[in-house]
Design a protein around this ligand. Structure first.
Ligand SMILES: C[S@@+](CC[C@H](N)C(=O)[O-])C[C@H]1O[C@@H](n2cnc3c(N)ncnc32)[C@H](O)[C@@H]1O
Length: 230
């Protein structure tokens, strides 16, 4: 059951979505089709989708890497932000989810030159992408969006920086706060400073400048880690 403050977050999120998000057939279809096909409701919220797509526009992104596609809802937000001037490469481990994402992207009119959804485990696919970049067969990424299994957030982050186009590239880790709270809080409710999780590791990483923002909204309390490559 949601608390009064939770429902206030939801009301504000829904008000913001009503006034600041233009109706969009590709996104609406992705939600309907993903629900009909039984995908879990774990995509970014419409407001988060808009926020991350504005971030991608702000940083003039051309090559965006997403880890964790699901039904392609966030992928569509990013592909629309790129306005045909770049490419989204997304990685999904689950065959049926990847198929639904491809369907949703095709409905939205996106071509393989705009969006490529690669089937595979992040840690298998990322070294392949690194090799392709090294061999000049693929451009490095200027925006890396991490939204897959939480256990590998640090590994994806590390790969994200390595696969990035360098100075000014953005690495965004979704659910960074829920992961921190669920894994690094001790019995007394304090954060264990000794735990060496994502935030502690990023804090020691000289390659980036980073921050964590806590958020509330339709998806309750969470937050993201945002890093810029130096
Ligand atoms: C939270 S969902 C992604 C939501 C999507 N980004 C959106 O907002 O529309 C996480 C996805 O990551 C996928 N996933 C989990 N472990 C993975 C892994 N090791 N490699 C690639 N994808 C993985 C899951 O199958 C799931 O579809």
């Amino acid at each position: 059951m949601s608390s009064p403050s939770n429902s206030r977050h939801e009301v504000v999120d829904s008000y913001v979505a009503t006034h600041l998000i233009t109706p969009n057939k590709a996104l609406e279809h992705a939600v309907e089709n993903s629900t009909k096909r039984g995908l879990p409701m774990i995509a970014v919220s419409p407001v988060q989708g808009k926020f991350t797509s504005l971030l991608a526009s702000l940083s003039s992104t051309r090559n965006l890497l997403e880890i964790g596609t699901l039904g392609g809802y966030s992928t569509i937000w990013f592909a629309q932000a790129l306005k045909g001037q770049g490419k989204v490469t997304s990685i999904e481990i689950d065959q049926s989810r990847r198929d639904i994402a491809v369907e949703n992207l095709q409905f939205g009119g996106f071509k393989p030159k705009d969006v490529d959804v690669i089937l595979g485990a992040g840690l298998d696919v990322l070294p392949r992408l690194a090799n392709e970049i090294k061999q000049g067969k693929r451009e490095p990424f200027d925006f890396i969006f991490i939204d897959a299994d939480w256990e590998n957030q640090w590994n994806y982050f590390d790969f994200g920086v390595k696969l990035s186009a360098g100075k000014g590239s953005v690495v965004y880790v979704d659910n960074a706060v829920r992961n921190l709270v669920e894994s690094d809080i001790d019995q007394s409710g304090s954060l264990e400073s000794g735990k060496d999780g994502l935030v502690a590791k990023v804090g020691r990483d000289d390659r980036v400048d980073a921050v964590v923002m806590q958020t509330v909204g339709g998806k309750d309390y969470d937050g993201f880690l945002l890093a810029v490559v130096k």
